[in-house]
Design a protein. Structure first.
Length: 370
C-alpha cells in the first residue's frame, strides 16, 4: 500500500509515523515545520466522552514516543486550576468523576486552601486543582518524527483532471500512484479540498496568544478561567524570569473571526486590550510583552472531522486543540486506512455525524471549554 500524507502538523506527522510503523510506503509532504519551543497544553479534562478518551490515548502516545526517541522533557506534569461560576458546579462535578476514571488527579479546593492561590478568586466561584495536567514539547517531538518519517518540505497543490488527482510539490508533479491521499492541512484544508470538488464543513480562523508579565509569585501552573473566558499557561524557561516582581506567562482567549490562512498571521490590535482587563481580575498587574498568531480550523460542533471520499482521506477541524487529542485521532485515521474496526467513541469523529444542511459559523464555545 502507498499513501501520500499532505500536511505534517501534529496529526499528519503522527499519521505518517503510525503508517510507516505498520509497513506502509508513506510519502509525507509539508510546509516548513514551526512550533513554539515553550510547550503546549495537553489535558485530559475535556467535556465530551470521545475527547476524554482521545486525550488520554494521546498522552500515552506522547510518552511512548518520547521514550522511543529519548526526547527529554517531552511531557512535563504541572498543576492546573479550573475556575468556574457556582452555577456550573453540578455539571463540572459530573465531569470530574469521568476525569478521575481516566487517571486525572483533580479535586475541588476547600475554603481554607484558597488563601495560598497564586491568583485572585471570588466568593461566587468554584476552583478545582489538578496535580497531573501536562505541558508537551510538541516542537521536540515533531522534529524527531519528521526525521524518522523523512518529510519533504514543499508547497503542495492538488489538481483534478479527468477524475484523477495530480499532486504537485513546488510545481513538480509527483508521479507515484497512491492508494490513498491523506489531507491534514489544518486551516488550509478547506481551500485545498475546494480545488478538487470536495466540500466538508470546515471554517478557518486566526488563533493568537500573548506573552504577559503578571504579578504572580509562581508561574509553573495552568489556569483555565471559565469565568473570564481566558487561559494562562507557563512559557518554559521564560516563566522563571522575574521582572519587577512579575513573572512571564502566556495567555489567550480564542476570540477571533473566521479568516483566510493566506492572510498575514499577525496579532490583532485589539487583542491585548481585550485580555488585560480579564487578567487584572486575577492578578494585580498585567503587562503585554508581545504576541504571536497563526491559523486553525474548526467544524460546526468544534470537534475534529475524519472523512473519506473515494481515495482521499481528510483529518481536520481541531479547533486549536490538536495538541490535546491529535495523536489519538491520527491513530483512528490509521485504522480507517488499514480497514481496522473502530469503537463507538472513535466513530464519533467521522464526518457522517453531519447530515443535511450545515450552518458554517464559528461555534460560540470550543469543544474543550466547560
Amino acid at each position: 500500500m502507498k499513501i501520500c500524507v499532505i500536511g505534517c502538523g501534529i496529526v499528519g506527522t503522527f499519521l505518517s509515523f503510525f503508517l510507516k510503523k505498520r509497513g506502509v510506503d508513506v510519502t509525507a509532504l509539508s510546509r516548513a515545520r514551526k512550533y513554539p519551543s515553550i510547550g503546549l497544553i495537553q489535558s485530559i479534562m475535556q467535556k465530551h466522552d470521545a475527547d476524554i478518551y482521545a486525550a488520554r490515548r494521546s498522552r500515552e502516545i506522547y510518552i511512548e514516543v518520547s521514550k522511543m526517541f529519548n526526547i527529554d522533557d517531552a511531557v512535563k506534569y504541572v498543576k492546573s486550576y479550573t475556575i468556574i461560576p457556582r452555577s456550573k458546579e453540578d455539571f463540572v462535578d459530573k465531569l470530574v468523576e469521568k476525569w478521575r476514571e481516566n487517571n486525572v488527579r483533580v479535586r475541588k479546593l476547600e475554603k481554607d486552601e484558597l488563601r495560598d492561590l497564586p491568583f485572585k478568586y471570588y466568593d461566587n466561584e468554584i476552583i478545582y486543582l489538578c496535580d497531573n495536567d501536562t505541558i508537551v514539547r510538541i516542537d521536540k517531538i515533531i522534529e524527531k518524527l519528521w526525521r524518522e518519517i523523512g518529510v519533504e518540505k514543499c508547497t503542495v497543490t492538488l489538481v483534478k483532471e479527468n477524475d484523477k488527482l495530480k499532486i504537485l510539490a513546488n510545481g513538480r508533479e509527483i508521479n507515484n500512484k497512491f492508494d490513498i491521499i491523506a489531507i491534514c492541512c489544518g486551516a488550509w484544508t478547506r481551500k485545498i479540498l475546494s480545488s478538487i470538488g470536495i466540500n466538508i464543513p470546515l471554517i478557518p480562523y486566526k488563533c493568537q496568544a500573548g506573552l504577559f508579565a503578571l504579578s504572580t509569585r509562581e508561574s509553573d501552573y495552568i489556569l483555565y478561567d471559565y469565568v473570564n473566558k481566558i487561559y494562562v499557561r507557563p512559557c518554559g524557561k521564560l516563566s522563571r524570569a522575574r521582572l519587577r516582581g512579575e513573572r512571564l506567562m502566556v495567555a489567550g482567549n480564542g476570540n477571533t473571526p473566521p479568516m483566510d490562512p493566506e492572510d498575514k498571521a499577525r496579532v490583532e490590535p485589539w487583542f491585548a486590550n481585550d485580555i488585560i482587563p480579564k487578567l487584572l481580575k486575577r492578578f494585580d498587574k498585567a503587562r503585554f510583552i508581545k504576541g504571536s498568531a497563526g491559523f486553525c480550523d474548526t467544524s460546526p460542533d468544534s470537534r475534529p472531522i475524519i472523512g473519506v471520499f473515494n481515495n482521499v482521506l481528510i483529518v481536520s477541524g481541531f479547533d486549536g486543540y490538536g495538541a490535546e487529542i491529535g495523536p489519538a485521532v491520527a491513530e483512528i485515521a490509521c485504522k480507517i486506512i488499514l480497514k481496522e474496526p473502530l469503537n463507538d467513541l472513535e466513530k464519533s469523529f467521522l464526518v457522517d455525524r453531519f447530515s443535511g444542511e450545515v450552518t458554517l459559523s464559528l461555534p460560540q464555545v470550543e469543544a474543550h471549554e466547560l
